[in-house]
Write a protein of this length. Structure first.
Length: 406
């Protein structure tokens, strides 16, 4: 089967880009796969370079200083031209679309319709129903836009509290909605039941499958130095990703004279300096350590050596990639109950979900019970990963989805 994978970015900025690469690589073992995206102006494709179309359009720079790029946010004729050449050359049976708004734009869908090629789209966020794709305002689930009333984004300045950015974002949503119908996508793939339910409340007639994301099997490594005495929290250092909750837990524990396992936080973001100042202010430097961005063997080492993986996000997470990466290494996970995260640990043998709405004291009590529990079985967790979140079951589900529309 000839499959064209399409995503905004060739370089990896977040979980959806990581999935775009991992899925393309996994599918290429038994199918003909081509990848299409924008190309960063300052770099070349390094990962899966052999799978990319040779003539990729350049990535827009959306810093508010380039009027041309700001206008191209709505529609791109250069993308339309490049994508048409790609489709006519590769002749895909199906197009698998990921995130496309604001970079590739709806010009992608126009070409697919023109060539009568079926489109499958993996929905990685809430962009269909929320102008800023998070479906969250003031730490609560927000349904104001409801997939049609994007002016609420302007009223509440949802895009970084900027009237201009919010108006620009809302305008793009209206423009995109006017150009294409939901039925232009043959089938949508939601990555969790939580995400599917929220979309079906707005668009009940969507054709869809629920297929959780996957993560490749981890690299083999020397485990002779593994002691599993610390906790590991891979995330972005941005508001809402749960670091505030982690800090509150450790502050309360310290005030009560309770010693918690050391926690290593991996990732980068705009709030790193702020969080480091909090550590200093509350004398938490010996308890929480920020280790920066990790990848490859370094990342694998932290996963393999920890006792458990944490994700305390307060956002409407559609999935939890770091959770299943923990499972792949045989580690239990402790999460919040926000978004889809609560669905990962419904089986107690896999970890625990903490409801932070009940207060930080209650959260600490549950956290202590979790870290003192030594009964988690690595083999049980890995078996669960292999059945649900490993590459082959996922690829089989994706290929069945393709077959249902072609």
């Amino acid at each position: 089967m000839r499959i064209l994978q399409v995503n905004n970015y060739a370089h990896i900025r977040g979980g959806s880009d990581r999935y775009f690469h991992d899925l393309s690589s996994a599918l290429s073992k038994d199918h003909e796969v081509m990848m299409f995206s924008t190309l960063n102006r300052d770099s070349t494709v390094t990962e899966n370079a052999h799978l990319f179309w040779e003539d990729l359009p350049k990535e827009l720079i959306l810093d508010g200083k380039r009027l041309g790029d700001a206008m191209s946010y709505f529609w791109r004729t250069d993308v339309e031209r490049c994508f048409l050449e790609c489709v006519e050359s590769f002749k895909p049976v199906v197009i698998h679309l990921h995130i496309y708004h604001g970079q590739l734009t709806s010009s992608i869908i126009k070409v697919a319709k023109q060539k009568n090629i079926k489109i499958i789209q993996t929905v990685h966020d809430f962009k269909m129903i929320c102008a800023v794709d998070s479906a969250s305002r003031n730490n609560e689930f927000c349904t104001k836009c409801h997939g049609v009333s994007f002016y609420h984004c302007i009223i509440h300045k949802c895009n970084r509290d900027s009237l201009f950015r919010s108006a620009h974002t809302a305008a793009e949503c209206y423009f995109r909605s006017s150009l294409s119908k939901k039925s232009d996508i043959s089938k949508y793939i939601f990555v969790s039941h939580f995400q599917a339910v929220k979309h079906l409340e707005v668009f009940p007639n969507l054709k869809y499958d629920v297929i959780p994301n996957f993560t490749p099997s981890p690299q083999e490594m020397d485990t002779s130095t593994v002691n599993e005495t610390y906790l590991f929290y891979p995330t972005r250092l941005e508001y809402g990703k749960g670091i505030e909750r982690l800090l509150d837990l450790y502050k309360l524990a310290l005030s009560r004279g309770i010693k918690l396992p050391k926690c290593y936080v991996a990732g980068e973001g705009s709030l790193l300096e702020h969080y480091q100042n909090v550590l200093l202010s509350f004398e938490l430097n010996d308890h929480i350590c920020f280790v920066g961005s990790l990848s490859g063997k370094n990342l694998t080492q932290y996963y393999a050596s920890c006792s458990a993986v944490i994700n305390f996000s307060s956002l409407n997470e559609t999935f939890g990639l770091t959770v299943i990466e923990g499972f792949a290494h045989g580690k239990p996970c402790i999460t919040s109950t926000n978004g889809a995260l609560v669905q990962f640990t419904t089986d107690a043998c896999l970890g625990l979900a903490i409801n932070f709405d009940l207060g930080i004291a209650s959260a600490l009590d549950n956290f202590i019970v979790f870290v003192e529990n030594k009964n988690y079985q690595r083999s049980t967790i890995i078996s669960h990963y292999q059945k649900v979140f490993s590459p082959q079951p996922h690829v089989d589900s994706i290929v069945r989805c393709y077959g249902s529309v072609i």
